[in-house]
Ligand binder design. Structure first.
Ligand code: C2E
Ligand code: CA
Length: 480
């Protein structure tokens, strides 16, 4: 049933009322038109068709797909629902203009259409959200849709990607509306798990969603109560074995939820617009650490902080940072900004100018997670990076032959761009040896050290022999 679930005894829910409000004008208009003109059946069908079609993308609208879905699928014909949402679309729309955004939505609908199996339906639920309904046997559909949508767009000679997160549900016993709600919940799992991924609804999805909601509600209070801490993970020179830099990583120890991993709360903070606040806290902690180390007998090394590309596009990072650096009087060359999720950076001059200004102040810029879906190779064209950090997914695959070739190519690319490569997630001696043999100078990972508390970090720097790397044993490195 489209508007009202049959097992309800109470009044209309807010959501139901909202849906009714949405379609009422269309229905009222149709009845009016039917009555005013003595329309033929064909003309009536055309009008109904129009009322169910999204004007921009020419696929079904929300009303149309839910109605058609109920007609087509049911207990005798189980269905998979895939709920899709473009990652970072709002930013693209804001920066590139609505016409540009419309072109992306049209291209998305076309790409979805090209993936549809026989008998499937596709509809635009509103904004940048789409729903696909297909026979339940097509369990690979969510991943196929995600892959297709993450391909490069070329619009007005600009090449860029707007990846999508996908949530899927297969529950034969529920209505299409409930199925799409469950797919939407699974979509949240994909969003919060780092985006550009596909997740299936599972019985515990509702519980996990409630936990995320509770964490999201708690996070601003946790920030205000000072529950966020910073740890530092050493970055090591393979050749000398010395610690050359540290990366600041945020931690949340909640009295209620225990240790909440950043991969769980950073996406929540991004959604709630609190990420800038968190990055400022970490930045301040880093500056404080550098300031104290400058006056202490420790060997000061530069510190890196993570900044999400989404935030960079929203705030005057370089202005805030300049004020912090001036107030603390630390040498700005001691600070590195690791730019994460560059896939969300829209092409153009604003971001490049922002980073050029930061570099003029002496701050170094690193491109984070290079080799993963979240780092954009395109932004190498318009942003000058001092460091490129290899994604740990690449390192964990070493010494696989193809991965060795990819790492070698990235090293050559970085070299030609005068950027230094840092390998992340080095966990074994063999990985270090292969990287060193390929000419990668620096690395970070559990093989050397896990992220350290601030006291441990200082103790490490205090120890004159802060040697963490080991030279590769000769004859053990086999590069295919
Ligand atoms: P990242 O920037 O790629 O940070 C490296 C992550 O890899 C850290 O996870 C670190 O603990 C982990 N790691 C380091 N060495 C190894 C290894 O050998 N093996 C494995 N399996 N993992 C290793 P962490 O601290 O959980 O952070 C996860 C992500 O959260 C970070 O990924 C970063 O994108 C984000 N993040 C952390 N702190 C901040 C922050 O202050 N601001 C922002 N915007 N993002 C942050
Ligand atoms: Ca990082």
């Amino acid at each position: 049933m489209l508007f009202r679930s049959t097992d309800r005894t109470g009044g209309w829910s807010d959501e139901e009322l909202h849906r009714i409000e949405e379609v009422m004008p269309t229905l009222a208009l149709l009845i009016e038109v039917f009555e005013a003109h003595r329309l033929t059946t064909r003309e009536r069908l055309d009008l109904v068709d129009k009322a169910q079609t999204d004007r921009l993308t020419r696929i079904l609208n929300r009303h149309g797909i839910l109605l058609e879905g109920e007609n087509r699928f049911g207990p005798g014909r189980p269905c998979i629902a895939c709920y899709l949402d473009l990652d970072g679309f709002k930013g693209v729309n804001d920066r590139m203009g609505h016409l540009f955004g419309d072109r992306i939505l049209q291209a998305t609908a076309e790409r979805i259409g090209a993936c549809l199996p026989e008998g499937a339906l596709a509809g635009r639920m509103g904004g940048d959200e789409f729903l696909v309904l297909a026979d339940a046997v097509h369990t690979d559909l969510p991943e196929r849709l995600r892959e297709r949508l993450s391909e490069v767009h070329t619009i007005n000679d600009l090449r860029f990607t707007v990846p999508a997160s996908v949530g899927a549900a297969i529950c034969p016993e529920v209505s299409i509306e409930e199925l799409s709600r469950r797919a939407d919940l699974a979509l949240l799992t994909s969003k919060r798990g780092g985006k550009n991924r596909a997740s299936f609804y599972a019985p515990d999805t509702d519980a996990r969603h409630r936990r995320s909601e509770a964490l999201a509600r708690e996070l601003p209070f946790a920030i205000a109560r000072g529950e966020l801490r910073v740890m530092v993970q050493p970055i090591v020179c393979f050749e000398s074995g010395r610690v050359v830099r540290g990366e600041c990583l945020v931690r949340w120890h909640s009295p209620e939820f225990g240790e909440v991993p950043p991969e769980e709360f950073i996406p929540l903070a991004e959604q709630a617009g609190e990420i800038a606040l968190i990055d400022r806290i970490v930045m301040r902690a880093a500056i404080d650490l550098l300031r104290r180390d400058e006056s202490a007998p420790t060997r000061t090394v530069p510190l890196a902080v993570n900044v999400s590309a989404k935030e960079v596009s929203l705030h005057n990072l370089e202005v805030d940072l300049a004020a912090e650096l001036t107030a603390s009087r630390i040498d700005s060359r001691q600070l590195v900004i690791e730019l994460t999720e560059t896939v969300y950076l829209a092409p153009g001059g604003a971001a490049a100018q922002r980073f050029d200004r930061l570099r003029e102040q002496g701050v170094s810029i690193a491109l984070d997670d290079f080799g993963s879906g979240f780092a954009s190779i395109a932004c190498l064209q318009w942003i000058r990076f001092d460091y490129v950090k290899l994604d740990r997914g690449l390192i964990s695959a070493l010494p696989d032959e193809r991965t060795v070739s990819i790492v070698a190519s990235i090293l050559a690319l970085a070299h030609s761009l005068k950027a230094t490569v840092v390998a992340q997630g080095v966990e074994t001696h063999e990985q270090q040896a292969v990287l060193q043999a390929l000419g990668c100078p620096f690395g970070q990972g559990y093989f050397f050290s896990e992220p350290l508390g601030l006291d441990e970090w200082r103790a490490l720097l205090d120890a004159d022999a802060a040697l963490l790397a080991q030279p590769p044993a000769s004859g053990t490195v086999a590069l295919a």
